[in-house]
Design a protein around this ligand. Sequence first.
Ligand code: UD1
Length: 421
Amino acid sequence: MDKLIITGGARLDGEIRISGAKNAALPILAATLLADGPVTVGNLPHLHDITTMIELFGRMGIEPVIDEKLAVEIDPRTIKTLVAPYELVKTMRASILVLGPMVARFGEAEVALPGGCAIGSRPVDLHIRGLEAMGAKIEVEGGYIKAKAPEGGLRGAHFFFDTVSVTGTENIMMAAALAKGRSVLQNAAREPEVVDLANFINAMGGKVQGAGTDTITIDGVERLDSANYRVMPDRIETGTYLVAAAVTGGRVKVKDTDPTILEAVLEKLKEAGADLTTGEDWIELDMHGKRPKAVNLRTAPYPAFPTDMQAQFISLNAIAEGTGAVIETIFENRFMHVYEMHRMGAQIQVEGNTAIVTGVPTLKGAPVMATDLRASASLVLSALVAEGDTLIDRIYHIDRGYECIEEKLQMLGAKIRRVPG
Ligand code: UD1
């Protein structure tokens, strides 16, 4: 297992390019299954989760063609089996995203039920109930969700999400794109990745309206056609590099991104004392050598502060001036990074879903272990400011969500290297 060794203390300074958004690329790849012809998806990030999705397509008999720029061409008409096996689903929960498109396009699907994961129980009941509302018959048997569309195909439905769910909204929206009649999704997720998926469905000839609001209306169409689509930039990667510069008192310009998709994060960075300048597709952050000020924050569905940036801001608070409270409202058990950060000298107390972080002037390098994707990002950030060396184990979690993290950080002047293990 590869490890990262980071020698803290370097003040970051430089420019980097932001990759395509993992959380937009995954549903968009799943939605290619809806098309009645070859579809090309570009700006895919080079990440394990994307490879897993492509491998899943391979298992189903579809052979995606990848060009040198990592654009993928998928022809869903070559599908042979409608099964998403457990070995792949257990490594990536987002595999559940193929359920809606398969039932809508091919009339049936078998997708392994994702188990619990490191950040809580994460059920998929809303995905199942949404499809049932469209007339699908669903049984859970032998660890698999077995879904069948009714005679004549799925029917449009009104569906109310009692909890805001990002992939739940995406799954039902994809299914509704080919259902008969109109579907209305209420209390839908408003995340920018939901909007990117709606734009992709519309690029194939779909009729989705209202994505980005809490009510999405989808008029089902008979068929969806070939399309060529470019995935949006990754707002979580963007935010993570901004925090990386902030914790080191440094400066970074992130390019090929979009400042309008992470306003809640930018607000908190300003509150922490960062000087921010934005253009149409770039953001520059400069701390002018200052130590950040601690901030209070509460995670909630978009447009509020994203849970996927919570761990990074705990790192920021850990070395900030003052004390900040971080409240996690989306996932239970999403403070695993805190216990690793204690090993580096961070002063953090967890009570229920709140972490009270009292900043210390310096952290100390230590061997630590990554537990999930965003938690591992926070360990990297802490290591960048710690005295001495930090050895981060189990970095496959980082590789699931951050393209070329050590190259990008090296370009900003960080002392980081990967040791194969
Ligand atoms: C997506 C993101 C993930 C992010 C999360 C919240 C992808 C691939 N992943 O995950 O990075 O952290 O949104 O912004 O886009 N819930 C239910 N029943 C369901 C589904 C969800 O109760 O059927 C609950 C979950 O337990 C959680 C909340 O809803 O408490 C939000 O989860 P959800 O938005 O579904 O997260 P994901 O879509 O899995």
